[in-house]
Design a protein around this ligand. Structure first.
Ligand code: FO1
Length: 319
C-alpha cells in the first residue's frame, strides 16, 4: 500500500456489517474510517424518525449495543413500551427506554432543519465514536417489498410480519431522486483512500440501496483504491437475517459465489469463508479465504485485518 493512503470507506447495513466495522475501527487510525450506512430501512413510527442501521452502527461503535437482540441498546429497560401496550398503542416495533432518546432527538433536529448527516455526525461525537458514520443520502429512500400480500414497507415486512411473506420484488422508493452523500463521493475520490470495504450485509436490501443511489456505483468504479467485499453467505446460509430466504424466493442462487458475481466488476478481491473457497474458484475474481463468521471481538479484528491485507495486496500488484 502506498504509505500515504490511510483512509478506509466501508459500506454497511445493520448488525453483520457493524461487526466488521467495529473490527475495522480497531485497526484503522482514529478518524480515518468512514462507515456509509443504508437508510432504506428508515421509517416514521409513532411520529418519530427511526434509522435502524445508523443506530445499530452508532451503538456498536460506541460499545453500547444490545448483543442479544442485535439492535437497540445494552442494559435496556422497557417501561415506555409496557405503558404503550397498556394504552393499546402500536407496540410491534419495540422501542426501549434508552433507545427512545435517539429517535426523539433526531426527530426534533430534523424538524429544526438539520440534515441526517449533520445529526449523525454530532451523535458520533457525543457517543465518543472516532469513526465517521455517514448516511448513504440525506434524501428519503424507503425499501419496499413486493410480496404475495402486496407491497409492504420494510419494517412492516421485517418486524411486524417477521419476514414471513414471500418476496417477489424489491423497490427502493425515492432512490432515483436521492442525492448521494457528498461526503461519500469526496471520500471515494480522495487521494488518501486506501480501501473500500463492502461489509457482509444483505446484498439485496442493505448494500443494494447504497449501490442504487445515483452516482454511487460510478464513483466506486472510478475509485482508484481497491474495493474488497466480504461474503454474507457462509456454506449456503445467511449468518443472520433473511438474506438466504429472500434470495431463494427471488430465484437467486444462495451462495457466496453468486454474490461475488453480482458485485463482480467492482471488486479487486472477495473475502469468503474457507468453506466456500472451492465454490468460488471459478469466479473471475481474486478470492481470499478467511474465517467469515464473527463470534468474538477477536474474530472481528482478524476479519478486518484479512480485508485490509487483501486491499493492500491489490496495491502491491498494481504498483
Ligand atoms: N427488529 C426486530 O426484529 N424487532 C423489533 O422490535 C425491532 C425494534 C428496533 C428498534 C430500534 C432499532 O433501531 C431497530 C429495531 N429493530 C427491531 C431492528 C431493525 O428493524 C432491523 O434489524 C433492521 O432494520 C435490519 O437491518
Amino acid at each position: 500500500m502506498p504509505w500515504d493512503r490511510d483512509l478506509v470507506v466501508a459500506l454497511s447495513g445493520g448488525i453483520g456489517g457493524a461487526k466488521l466495522a467495529l473490527g475495522l475501527s480497531r485497526i484503522v487510525e482514529p478518524g480515518n474510517l468512514m462507515v456509509v450506512t443504508n437508510t432504506g430501512d428508515d421509517f416514521e413510527h409513532l411520529g418519530l424518525a427511526i434509522s435502524p442501521d445508523i443506530d445499530t452502527m452508532l451503538y456498536t461503535l460506541a460499545g453500547i449495543d444490545n448483543q442479544e437482540t442485535g439492535w437497540g441498546r445494552a442494559d435496556e429497560t422497557w417501561n415506555f413500551l409496557a405503558a404503550l401496550t397498556q394504552l393499546g398503542g402500536e407496540d410491534w416495533f419495540r422501542l426501549g427506554d434508552k433507545d427512545l432518546a435517539i429517535h426523539v432527538e433526531r426527530t426534533r433536529r430534523l424538524a429544526a432543519g438539520e440534515t441526517l448527516s449533520q445529526i449523525t455526525a454530532d451523535f458520533c461525537q457525543r457517543l465518543g465514536i472516532a469513526s465517521h458514520v455517514v448516511p448513504m443520502s440525506d434524501d428519503p429512500v424507503r425499501t419496499q417489498l413486493g410480496t404475495g400480500e402486496g407491497w409492504l414497507s420494510f419494517q412492516d415486512y421485517f418486524v411486524r410480519q417477521r419476514c414471513l411473506p414471500v418476496v417477489t420484488e424489491i423497490d427502493f422508493a425515492g432512490v432515483a431522486e436521492a442525492e448521494p452523500n457528498p461526503l461519500l463521493l469526496d471520500a471515494l475520490a480522495h487521494e488518501r483512500l486506501r480501501a473500500v470495504v463492502i461489509c457482509p450485509s444483505n446484498p439485496l436490501i442493505s448494500i443494494g440501496p447504497i449501490l442504487a443511489v445515483p452516482g454511487v456505483w460510478d464513483a466506486l468504479v472510478a475509485a482508484t483504491a481497491p474495493i474488497v467485499a466480504v461474503a454474507p453467505i457462509i456454506g449456503g446460509q445467511s449468518v443472520k437475517g433473511p438474506t438466504a430466504k429472500m434470495m431463494r424466493e427471488l430465484g437467486i442462487e444462495v451462495s457466496a459465489a453468486e454474490i461475488g458475481r453480482r458485485y463482480g466488476e467492482l471488486l479487486a478481491a472477495y473475502v469468503v469463508d474457507h468453506e466456500d473457497l472451492a465454490e468460488c474458484a471459478d469466479l473471475d475474481l481474486r478470492i481470499v479465504p478467511a474465517q467469515a463468521l464473527m463470534t468474538t471481538a477477536d474474530d472481528r479484528v482478524a476479519l478486518a485485518e484479512a480485508v485490509l491485507d487483501a486491499a493492500d495486496e491489490s496495491w502491491s500488484r498494481a504498483l
